[in-house]
Ligand binder design. Structure first.
Ligand code: ADP
Ligand code: MG
Length: 649
């Protein structure tokens, strides 16, 4: 019996329970050991009945003084109660539809009851409790539920598994000491059954180390595989590239030039390109991507360009169309807003090779679009997709070259972990002539002044964004797009053109609203964070972010990047209602710091990687111990890999 043995081989698990476990995705004994608790019951923290907090899960150690037989409440619902008592008072314990629940308990005996505490007419009630022997101490794991298997059974099965399976550590004793890690066997034991918080923390840190290590190793393997695959080898074409550069309305920055030569080297090399282009908002990633499309076209191949939203797809389309059409390159935009006929015709042209660069959302690839000679897949703002999605995209058209553009600034150490399968090009310098964005963190007492300031900007011909965290009113107390815009129209900004944008509009509606903002008809765009990614309106020079404390610093930095995209001086106002000292400090840091990487580093140091990795949107939510992934841990994994030669690069 080992980790890979099917779960039904474990003593105590029959065929029926094995099926229940399988249904929860647990197939092997190792899988069961990796079924980590979602929480713990701390039996060391017990409350007296009198002092017990309500609307919380609590432990109460008390004597059972009375059992009350089941009472039928209505059809199919009955309640069974008991009374418990300690030196401070009495409380009720109740369970639903379990009339024999108290049979195994004795009147006059003491137990620990754990459950949700509520108050009914001043009397404490604990409903559907778990009951433990009065002498039980330590932490009891609480597992995500497995249909058909009780918590007690899961605990029993995991205990058996722990006693039968030898867990071998891949890290040697000396390294464990060096990196302050506990052994793997201890870690697995203590993640399930810690005796105190410290043990549990140590276990989580060790398992976080494993997650990072395993992830990096896997990416290193993917990278090695790509390096040995055959790509579509292209030839350089100085003539068309010169022409393309000549047509650009600006001079390329040094790092754009460097990135273009790195991309060119990849495309003309033997194995497929697998490159990530990192650059802060406004650093000019699109021109680099366009250059790649041009070389691809010169070699007789098609490119696909994918954006995360339709708004961005349209915007990229209009930029690329302008840049590429003079070279004879045919572009097309494939988005949901097309009529069925337009859609079909565009797909036909792509299949026939009449379109050289197709722009769309990732549906372009995931969907039916068939290319006749696809050789390059560009994805913008790929930080939204984890590695698994990246692999899927690569399937299409057999090893196309891939260029991934990310505006999420991340510290190098983190980039090495998350994007270890990719080569990285960095755009480190900004196009010249840009002035740093002036950022102010203020409380809502200064809202009137902020509004006057926005008015001045608009009078000078500029435009403004206002960001609200919510779409609808009454979700909570925070500002919401529609009612906020309504207030502006009826108040401070009566007579101004105000648009609203959020994720619940149809693609056509958003396109029209963005269109009006791009062509200057709309003066103020009140929006949720849908404008976060990539939207480019150079004439917008001020962004006011309401309830700024709700956002992570990196996200605020992204939002701020919507302005400062032209020669005009731009401004970012971060507004909060009742900032805590911590919020003040964070926002102050943001207002004094322009570099996205520095900001990301600050977040990582202060708060761990949980914020960044933890959200579904990040694409990295498979890290179960994300909040234990700190800069220090990343560096330790790095050192360990170097030392052990564990990840060949
Ligand atoms: P991002 O990296 O955020 O995608 P974009 O590619 O959208 O940046 O470029 C931002 C703006 O800067 C665009 O309006 C683009 O035309 C302009 N731009 C790009 N490169 C340069 C450059 N080298 N000099 C001046 N302006 C540039
Ligand atoms: Mg962009």
């Amino acid at each position: 019996m080992d980790r890979l043995s099917p779960i039904n081989l474990l003593p105590g698990i029959g065929p029926k329970r094995a099926i229940s476990y399988n249904a929860a995705g647990i197939d092997t004994i190792g899988g069961l050991l990796e079924y980590y608790p979602r929480d713990y019951i701390n039996l060391n923290l017990r409350y007296d009945i009198l002092q017990c907090p309500v609307e919380e899960n609590v432990c109460i150690s008390a004597m059972l003084t009375k059992k009350i037989p089941a009472v039928r409440l209505r059809n199919k619902l009955n309640i069974t109660k008991a009374v418990i008592e300690d030196e401070t008072g009495k409380a009720d314990v109740s369970v639903f539809n379990m009339p024999t629940f108290f049979d195994k308990l004795e009147v006059g005996e003491s137990y620990i009851f754990y459950g949700r505490a509520k108050s009914f007419g001043g009397r404490l009630q604990v409903s559907n409790p778990r009951v433990f022997d009065k002498d039980t101490t330590g932490f009891i794991p609480v597992y995500p539920s497995v249909s058909g298997v009780t918590q007690d059974r899961i605990i029993e099965n995991i205990k058996t598994a722990l006693s039968r399976i030898t867990i071998n550590d891949f890290i040697d004793e000396q390294s464990l000491a060096e990196f302050n890690l506990i052994g793997l066997s201890d870690a697995v034991n203590r993640i399930h059954f810690p005796s105190d918080k410290e043990e549990n923390e140590a276990a989580k840190r060790r398992l976080a180390f494993n997650e990072v290590y395993v992830y990096r190793k896997k990416l290193a393997e993917i990278k090695a595989e790509f390096k040995t695959a055959a790509g579509r080898k292209m030839k350089k074409d100085a003539k068309i590239m010169e022409k393309f550069f000549g047509l650009l309305p600006f001079e390329l920055t040094a790092s754009q030039k460097k990135a273009i030569s790195e991309v060119t080297a990849d495309l003309t090399g033997d194995s497929p390109m697998n490159r990530m282009l990192c650059g802060d908002v406004g650093s000019g990633k699109t021109a680099v991507a366009a250059a790649a499309c041009v070389l691809c076209y010169a070699n007789g191949y098609q490119s696909a360009f994918m954006a995360p939203t339709e708004i961005l797809a349209r915007q990229h389309f209009s930029t690329l169309e302008k840049l590429l059409t003079p070279l004879g390159i045919k572009t097309a935009c494939v988005i949901g807003a097309l009529s069925a006929r337009e859609h079909r015709e565009t797909l036909e042209k792509i299949a026939a090779g009449e379109i050289h660069v197709a722009i769309g959302t990732h549906a372009l690839i995931a969907d039916k679009a068939e290319f006749c000679s696809l050789a390059l897949v560009i994805t913008d703002e790929q930080h939204r997709f984890g590695v698994r999605q990246r692999e899927k995209l690569a399937d299409k058209g057999g090893n196309p070259h891939r260029l991934i553009m990310s505006a999420t600034p991340i510290p190098r150490t983190m980039a090495m972990m998350l994007y270890g399968d990719l080569d990285i090009s960095n755009l480190t310098d900004m196009p010249s002539g840009r002035k740093p964005i002036e950022t102010f963190a203020v409380t809502d007492k200064l809202r009137d002044r902020a509004y006057s300031f926005i008015k001045e900007q608009i009078e000078a011909g500029r435009q403004a964004y206002i960001v609200c965290a919510r779409i609808d009113e009454n979700e909570d107390d925070y500002n919401s797009v529609e009612s906020y815009a309504e207030n502006l129209r009826n108040g401070s900004f009566a007579g101004y053109n105000i648009g609203t944008l959020h994720g619940r509009l149809t693609a056509e509606q958003s396109a029209e609203i963005m269109g009006n903002f791009i062509n200057g008809k709309t003066q103020i765009l009140v929006s949720t964070t849908v404008i976060e990614v990539g939207v480019d309106v150079p004439n917008a020079t001020v962004i006011l972010i309401e309830d700024a404390e709700l956002f992570g610093l990196s996200q605020l930095h992204q939002l701020r990047g919507r302005v400062g995209r032209s020669v005009y001086q731009s401004y970012c106002i971060l507004m909060t209602a009742n900032p805590t000292a911590e919020v003040r400090e964070r926002l102050k840091y943001l207002s004094e710091t322009a570099s996205g990487v520095d900001i990301a580093m600050y977040d990582l140091e202060k708060r761990g990687a949980g914020d960044f990795l933890g959200t579904r949107q990040s694409g990295f939510n498979q890290f179960r111990f994300a909040s234990y992934i700190t800069l220090e841990l990343l560096k330790d994994v790095d050192k360990y890999i170097e030392k052990s030669g564990g990840c060949d690069e």
